[in-house]
Write a protein that binds this ligand. Structure first.
Ligand code: ZN
Length: 341
């Protein structure tokens, strides 16, 4: 099959060309990929991959949508069925799987990280990694949905949900998770403040329902948040930026506020400012992906037409290197998608 293959680290390590077709062990299904979406994890795999057990060469890609080609009859999946990926293979038997928390599975294997991903014509994964695709989405929209929206869902509606009337600060609007969080915050009845270094992105976010945009190149984010919240601060901060924003996140949070962390693209070791954390009784909640219940709830909301992913751009699989460059340079507003011929 044709695939986007990481052969060695770095931009020069990506080859687009032939790769062996995947096998289908018992319990797996094979999907013909129609579209796949980019995530920051792809850049991490391309450039480092540290801490993630895997072997090169590997097919990149966490997100995808397509048609089932082959599956065990008892899996409930049928050839020709339109499906969307759940990016995590889980064991189904450990204490966490049994408690419904698949992201904590002790035998977790993430598509595009620990095993071959979606940037190829075919992907083989356990049958539980394929869910029916909402009918009202096209391939591009469906591929754009999983990782960004499930990650946002678990933060907004997970352990300490955002409530109607609360205010949330979302850093780096334009990224897939940030935009998904904006959509879900509005759905929750919250007021959303968003940040960007681009006035154009802030204007687009306001058109999508953000209450106010803060340009971090012009304003100190926390100072502006204080002004906009009459000195109170926000109830929730969604931060996947890391070192560059952490200090502002802590200062922007209201007393008792919670800071949701689902990434650290600018570095993972900011100053902790523990005095502020305990004096103001802040909660810091780490989050990644979502469990299957949360994912199914998201798919129901999408199927009901309440939200749909924002697409920045669509590239042919042959142009995957350029697509990754666009993501790396943070030029996007929404998801960047590859079409798989
Ligand atoms: Zn498990």
């Amino acid at each position: 099959m044709k695939a986007v293959v990481l052969e060695k680290r770095g931009k020069d390590g990506i080859r687009i060309g032939d790769f062996p077709d995947p096998a289908r062990p018992q319990g797996n299904a094979i999907m013909r990929v129609k579209a796949a979406a980019l995530n920051h994890a792809d850049l991490y795999m391309r450039d480092s991959g540290k801490g993630i057990t895997h072997e090169l060469p590997m097919v990149l890609g966490l997100d995808g949508a397509g048609e089932i080609v082959e599956a065990d009859p008892e899996s409930g999946l049928k050839p020709g069925q339109r499906v969307i990926t759940y990016p995590m293979e889980f064991c189904g038997a450990c204490q966490y799987c049994q408690a419904g928390e698949q992201p904590w599975c002790r035998d977790l294997s993430i598509i595009g990280e620990q095993r071959h991903g979606t940037y190829g014509e075919y992907i083989s994964a356990r049958a539980g990694c394929f869910l029916p695709m909402p009918d009202n989405l096209d391939w591009t929209q469906a591929a754009a949905l999983p990782v960004a929206h499930m990650t946002a869902w678990r933060m907004v509606f997970g352990r300490s949900p955002l409530r109607p009337g609360e205010t949330v600060l979302i850093h780096g609007i334009g990224g897939g998770v940030a935009l998904a969080a904006l959509q879900l915050a509005i759905l929750a009845g919250a007021t959303a403040l968003v940040t960007s270094g681009s006035d154009e992105k802030l204007a687009k976010a306001k058109a999508l329902g953000a209450h106010e945009g803060i340009n971090y190149r012009r304003d100190k984010v926390a100072d502006r948040v204080r002004e906009l919240t009459h000195g109170r601060g926000v109830d929730m901060v969604i931060d996947n930026v890391g070192e560059a924003t952490w200090g502002e996140s802590l200062r922007a949070a209201a007393w008792g506020g919670r800071i949701m962390v689902c990434g650290a693209t600018t570095g993972g070791h900011p100053s902790a400012d523990l005095q502020r954390v305990f004096v103001r009784q802040l909660q810091i909640i780490g989050s990644t992906a979502a469990n299957l219940d949360q994912y199914r709830a998201l798919l129901r909301v999408v199927a009901a037409g309440r939200i749909e992913p924002v697409i920045d751009s669509v590239y042919a699989m042959d142009d995957a290197v350029e697509a990754l460059d666009r993501l790396e340079q943070a030029r996007q507003f929404g998801k960047i998608v590859l079409t798989i011929p």
